[in-house]
Ligand binder design. Structure first.
Ligand code: PLP
Length: 396
């Protein structure tokens, strides 16, 4: 009889609720026409990549580099690309970053898995702040770590420091933050980052080992007027940045991101080597070479985020006017809406009656809310508003 790891079979069989809703939307579109399905399930950017992306791809493919660009690179990335990226980050965030602090990855998912695999030894725990990206649990447990969940401050969806302090113990290897946040859309303030840094410093001293702050930042540039995203390494030495260009450049299918282990990280070279070793063990070899180059040369550019800001305002203002309670987003392209019934899943099923595809946030470890991904054409939101009206009338 074939013996297989049951947990992996389960992971490969059962889709997460976001993918499940998205697949339902595709089936439903075949039945009633795509224009009649209002799918707000998936964080798939609808705004085109900025010109620099396609212009550079074309120029490279038409140049005499069209062969070498497809070759293997060094495992952390081609040195020239690492130098270009380091220079860009230093220009944007204040200096000190060396090419040898950077490691190109296959998107934020790989940035996180390499980091968890590189850091984790038996017994390690990671504190995660709800609501959080569903896959954190898969990645952390896959690396042999234990997930310790803390609730947010439900008033403003900033972290609950009392809960975080209570969750940290001698086994804590790291705390993961994601700001701007998926699914809440909330941006952590400078005050929040300062407070977190002070707490982790105190706890690292108390337990006599460093506690890493892992900043998962695929939405760093997707931030609206009036909000700023603090550069976390400036506040806490043992920060590791896990970045992705999936959302900022609207290229999630191309799979490109990086890990930054800043020079301030304790035992820097060993930590960096362990992350590289994890990448090797996981079989990543090197991140896509064409997109290393595109990412490095387009770092800091974004697709037109004014569309997301417009969508955010339209969604937030319309839904709150209808009587729904929503969390005002400061960035990303997600909006959190309170489910006006006990079960958020039931509310999503009710919404399906009006062809509205929303995602319950129970799987983000935050019960009672639904996530609306408004990275869709504005016209879809406008056409969906009457359906939201009907939903409001049916359950408010
Ligand atoms: N982290 C968060 C918070 C995300 O929302 C996502 C994707 O939606 C990821 C990580 C993974 O990003 P990538 O597509 O770059 O692997």
């Amino acid at each position: 009889m074939l013996n297989l790891p049951e947990q992996k079979v389960a992971l490969g069989t059962v889709r997460n609720i976001i993918r499940d809703t998205f697949e339902y939307g595709k089936r439903r579109s075949l039945e009633i026409g795509a224009e009649n399905v209002f799918d707000f399930s998936l964080g798939n950017p609808s705004v085109p990549a900025p010109n620099c992306v396609n212009d550079k791809i074309k120029a490279i493919l038409e140049s005499n580099e069209s062969t070498s660009i497809h070759q293997y690179t060094s495992a952390p990335g081609d040195l020239k690309n690492l130098e270009t990226l380091a220079a860009s980050l230093n220009r944007r965030f204040g200096g000190g970053i060396r090419p040898s602090d950077l490691y190109f990855t296959v998107g934020a998912a790989a940035s996180l898995t390499c980091t968890f695999h590189g850091l984790t030894v038996k017994g390690d725990e990671y504190v995660v702040l709800a609501p959080f990206f569903i896959e954190y649990k898969v990645f952390i447990e896959g690396a042999g770590g234990k997930v310790v969940v803390t609730p947010p401050n439900f008033e403003n969806f900033q972290p609950d420091f009392t809960a975080i302090e209570a969750a940290i113990n001698e086994n804590t290897k790291g705390v993961i933050i994601n700001s701007p946040n998926n699914p809440s859309g909330v941006v952590y303030s400078e005050e929040t980052i300062k407070q977190l840094a002070a707490l982790l410093k105190k706890k690292s001293e108390e337990y006599a080992h460093p506690i890493f702050l892992i900043a998962d930042e695929p939405y760093r540039e997707l931030v609206f007027d009036g909000y700023t995203v603090p550069w976390v390494p400036n506040y806490y030495d043992n920060t590791i940045v896990c970045y992705s260009y999936s959302k900022s450049l609207s290229i999630p299918g191309e799979r490109i991101g990086y890990i930054l282990v800043p020079p301030t990280v304790c035992e820097h070279d060993k930590v960096y080597a362990s992350i590289c070793g994890a990448g090797r063990q996981l079989g990543f070899v090197n991140a896509p070479s064409l997109f290393q180059r595109i990412a490095a040369e387009c770092d800091g550019e974004t697709s037109d985020i004014s569309v997301y800001q417009h969508n955010a305002e339209l969604m937030y203002n319309s839904l709150t006017k209808m009587g729904f309670t929503c969390i005002r987003p400061g960035g990303t392209f997600y909006l959190l809406m309170k489910a006006p019934m006990e079960s958020a899943l039931e509310f999503c099923l009710k919404a399906r009656e009006f062809e509205l595809l929303l995602v319950p946030t129970d799987a983000f470890m935050c019960e009672g809310f639904v996530r609306i991904a408004y990275c869709v054409p504005t016209e879809r939101i406008e056409r969906a508003l009457p359906a939201f009206e009907k939903l409001a009338k049916s359950c408010l």
